[in-house]
Design a protein around this ligand. Structure first.
Ligand SMILES: [Zn+2]
Length: 339
């Protein structure tokens, strides 16, 4: 068998089978037979990691960049960071089957170009061409949150589920969907703009030009502004800071009520329209107090069509802050190894 000759799968103990025929032999995938590199290009930061065939990260690095930097310059830095990581980890470059890049916005249908991210001044950038030319390895590009949803169904909390929605809070609030085990790219641009549902009763102008978008209440930018207005210290996780302050500050409690209500409106719309079996909360939403998640869950369930309520699960993501890297890696594994 070719896979055994190539040492991709290894033979284990023979499995005892009652009945006739040859004894079956347990085959185990040798997880380090090949690797991929997963890359997350975020707004002002890049994270990357070397990931094995079963989705485990073996080495990681990251850097920040000025969002005014040109895409070409950032991609040049991505290529040299990949090179340096593979070399410093001692990974045999011939075992790296490809690179998956998770980007903060829509991509073209062939998975090569980043089209028009709203939080970054990049326009139609051919990420795959540039990285392939620099590295000599195949590159595929995917919408960041959609790739995270895929990673959860392959290696995370949503493993084996047919449908799942991943909601990611960082600079903006994005959503990605897996349907029948595959990433779902709906419509012309393939994006689900959860952050731009108009659910907030305010006049705050959103980056998209409209007012009252969910992102005007629930996004890193909005949350930082909320805690700054209250005189709370800037922190990596404003949601946790507000949760802490709610018992002593009526303003914090009110702000939290609005945040949870807006988020629940967005999530219940997602559930009512698409009925995923599981909604996973990622990015800054993966690292919040249990009580916060519990309230989001209750308010979302209350707003969901009754028949859908019992089957709807809402949990924090299991992938932590590496969700984007694992997302990119999962797309590369699907494209270059498991296809
Ligand atoms: Zn908007």
């Amino acid at each position: 068998m070719q896979l055994i000759d190539d040492e991709i799968v290894v033979e284990g103990n023979s499995v005892s089978v009652t009945g006739l025929g040859r004894r079956a032999t347990e085959l185990t995938l040798r997880r380090t037979a090949y690797f991929v590199v997963g890359v997350q290009i975020g707004v002002g930061f890049v994270q990357l990691g070397i990931v094995d065939l079963l989705g485990e990260q073996h080495a990681a690095t990251s850097f920040e960049y000025d969002i005014q930097e040109s895409p070409n310059e950032v991609l040049r830095r991505v290529a040299s960071a990949i090179d340096a990581l593979v070399r410093s980890n001692g990974t045999d470059r011939r075992l790296v089957v490809g690179i998956g890049v998770a980007v903060p916005g829509p991509v073209d249908a062939s998975g090569r170009r980043m089209l028009l991210p709203i939080n970054l001044h990049w326009r139609d950038v051919n990420v795959a061409d540039q990285l392939e030319a620099a590295l000599g390895l195949p590159v595929t590009v995917e919408h960041n949150v959609r790739s995270m949803a895929l990673a959860e169904t392959r290696f995370g909390r949503g493993r084996g589920l047919g449908s799942l929605a991943f909601v990611y809070l960082r600079t903006g609030l994005g959503a990605g969907l897996v349907v029948e085990g595959e990433p779902f790219a709906g419509g012309v641009h393939g994006a689900i703009e959860l952050g731009h549902l108009q659910v907030a009763d305010n006049d705050v102008r959103c980056v998209c030009g409209n007012a009252g978008c969910l992102e005007t209440v629930v996004s890193e930018r909005a949350l930082r502004a909320t805690i700054a207005a209250m005189g709370l210290d800037d922190t990596p996780n404003p949601l946790s800071a507000l949760w802490e302050a709610r018992t002593t500050s009526a303003r914090a409690a009110t702000a939290l009520d609005e945040i949870i209500a807006s988020l629940a409106k967005g999530l219940s719309a997602l559930a009512n329209l698409l009925n995923p079996e599981l909604i996973l909360l990622g990015g800054a939403l993966a690292d919040v107090p249990d009580g916060f998640v519990e309230r989001v869950r209750e308010e979302t369930r209350a707003a969901v069509f009754p028949v859908l309520r019992p089957s709807l699960e809402i949990h924090p993501s299991s992938l932590g802050m590496d969700a984007g890297v694992l997302g990119g890696a999962t797309v590369a594994l699907d494209t270059y190894f498991y296809n």
